[in-house]
Design a protein around this ligand. Structure first.
Ligand code: NZQ
Ligand code: ZN
Length: 385
C-alpha cells in the first residue's frame, strides 16, 4: 500500500425529513442560488420542501442543468452569480446538478474556466461554498471533490477535481429516491458498483481494510440492487443503496491502493459522442476491459469472484472467466445493455472513441498505464455484439 493522506470535509445529514436541517447548515444571511435539473424536483415536491426550509433567506433559482451538465448552461449561472452577488450555492438533484454546481463554484473565480477542465482542476485556488440535497444515488458527487462536465461544441466530457469543491454538507433523504424511474435507479446501482471496482479490481497490495470495505459495498449493491426492482417502495433498501453509492466514491476505498479508471474514461467518450447514459457506458466497457486484461487482473478477479459471487470451484482460468461472466450478467439483470450493437454502434464508432481519447490526451490508461489506443480498440471490439 502506498502512503496517503485522507481528508473528507463533507458533513452527511442522513434520514427522512432531514431537508429541514438546511436551515441550521446555511448561514442565515446567505443569498442563495438554488440550482436544479430538468424539473423533477418540482413534480416531487422537493423544491417546495427546500424553499420552506430556507425560510426568509433570499433565494434565486437556476434550473435546467440537464443530465451530463453542459458548459454553456453552467456559464449562464456564473454570470447570474456575479450579477446578483450570490454567496451560497445549493444543488438539489443528482450527480449532474452537483457536478455542475462544483464547476460553477470554481468558475466564478477563473479567467478561462475551460482551462480548468483541460487541466483537470489544477488551476482551482478557491471556490464558493456549496451544499447539496441529493435526489438520486449513483455518483458519490455529494461527498467528493470531483465534477464531470460536458461541452458539446468540443465533443468533450472532461473530469476535474479540487479539494475546494467538496460540498460543505449533503442531505441524504432515502425517501427522495422513491420517485426515480426504474432506469435511473438501475443506472445508479451500476455506476456505484463500477466505482468500487475501479478502485478494487487491479492487483493485490494487501490493503485489507480497503478490500473488505469494497467487498461489503459490492455485496450490498448487488443484493439491494436486485431487490429494489421488485420492492421499489421500500425506503430501507433505498437507504442502503444511497449510503453504498456515497461511500463508493468518497475517497475511502481508494486510499493508498492502485486504481484503474479506464472504464470511466472510455465510457465518458461514449456519452460525449452518442449521449448514452453514464452508467450504460460502463456496463458496456467494464466486461470488455476485463476480458482483455484478465491475466493482469487475475488475482483480484479470483478474490472478487470468491467473496462477492461465491465462485470457489473450477480451475483458476474458469473461475476468472466466471467472475467476468456473472458481472456482465448482473448488469443485464439490472436492465442495462452491455453491447455496442445495442446502440447501433460499430467499428467506426470505436475509432471515434479512440480519436477523442487521443485528442484530450487521456491515454495510456489503467493501473499499469498499459492501455493504449490498440487496447481500447480490443476492449470495445470484444463488446461489439
Ligand atoms: O433533471 P431532472 O428533471 O431532475 O431529472 C433527473 C435526470 O433526468 C432524474 N432525477 C433525479 N432525481 C430524481 C429524478 N427523477 C425522479 N425523481 C428523482 N428523485 O434523474 C436523471 C439523471 O440525473 P443525473 O443527475 O444526471 O444522474 P446521476 O446522479 O447519475 O449523474 C450523472 C452525472 O454525474 C457524472 C456523470 O458523468 C454524469 O454527468 N459523474 C460524476 C461523478 C462524480 N462527481 O464523482 C463520478 C461519476 O463517475 C460520473 O462520471
Ligand atoms: Zn461513474
Amino acid at each position: 500500500m502506498n502512503n496517503f493522506e485522507f481528508v473528507n470535509p463533507t458533513k452527511i445529514i442522513y434520514g427522512e425529513h432531514q431537508v429541514a436541517k438546511l436551515d441550521e447548515n446555511i448561514p442565515e444571511s446567505a443569498k442563495v442560488l438554488l440550482l436544479y435539473g430538468g424539473g423533477s424536483i418540482k413534480h416531487t415536491g422537493t423544491l417546495d420542501e427546500v424553499k420552506k426550509a430556507l425560510g426568509d433567506r433570499t433565494v434565486i433559482e437556476f434550473g435546467g442543468i440537464q443530465a451530463n451538465p453542459e458548459y454553456e448552461v453552467l456559464m449562464q449561472a456564473v454570470e447570474l452569480i456575479k450579477k446578483e452577488k450570490i454567496d451560497f450555492l445549493l444543488a438539489v438533484g443528482g450527480g449532474s446538478v452537483i457536478d455542475g454546481t462544483k464547476f460553477i463554484a470554481a468558475a466564478v473565480y477563473q479567467d478561462d474556466p475551460w482551462d480548468m477542465l483541460l487541466q483537470s482542476g489544477a488551476t482551482i485556488e478557491k471556490a464558493m461554498p456549496i451544499g447539496s440535497v441529493l435526489t438520486i444515488s449513483a455518483t458519490g458527487s455529494e461527498m467528493n471533490c470531483i465534477g464531470v462536465i460536458t461541452r458539446h461544441e468540443k465533443n468533450a466530457k472532461l473530469g476535474f477535481s479540487s479539494p475546494h469543491v467538496f460540498p460543505k454538507f449533503s442531505v441524504l433523504d432515502p425517501s427522495k429516491l422513491l420517485t426515480l424511474p426504474e432506469k435511473q435507479t438501475a443506472n445508479g446501482v451500476v455506476d456505484a458498483f463500477v466505482h468500487v471496482l475501479e478502485q478494487y479490481l487491479t492487483y493485490p497490495v494487501n490493503a485489507k481494510i480497503q478490500d473488505r470495505f469494497s467487498e461489503g459495498l459490492l455485496l450490498t449493491l448487488k443484493e439491494e440492487g436486485l431487490k429494489v426492482k421488485s420492492n421499489d417502495k421500500d425506503v430501507a433498501i433505498r437507504g442502503n443503496l444511497m449510503l453504498a453509492s456515497t461511500f463508493a466514491l468518497n475517497g475511502i476505498l481508494g486510499m493508498g491502493v492502485p486504481q484503474d479508471w479506464s472504464t470511466h474514461d472510455i465510457g465518458h467518450q461514449l456519452t460525449a459522442l452518442y449521449d448514452i447514459d453514464h452508467a450504460q457506458t460502463l456496463s458496456i466497457v467494464l466486461p470488455g476491459l476485463w476480458k482483455v486484461l484478465k491475466e493482469q487482473k487475475s488475482e483480484k478477479l479470483l478474490q472478487y469472484g470468491e467473496r462477492v459471487w461465491d465462485i470457489t470451484s473450477g480451475s483458476i482460468e474458469e473461475r476468472v472467466d466466471k467472475a467476468v461472466e456473472v458481472t456482465e450478467k448482473f448488469f443485464q439483470e439490472m436492465g442495462l445493455k452491455t453491447k455496442l450493437k445495442d446502440y447501433s454502434l460499430n467499428d467506426e464508432s470505436i475509432e471515434e472513441v479512440v480519436g477523442l481519447l487521443e485528442k484530450y490526451d487521456l491515454l495510456p490508461l489503467g493501473e499499469k498505464k498499459n492501455i493504449n489506443a490498440d487496447t481500447v480498440r480490443k476492449i470495445l471490439k470484444t463488446q461489439l455484439e
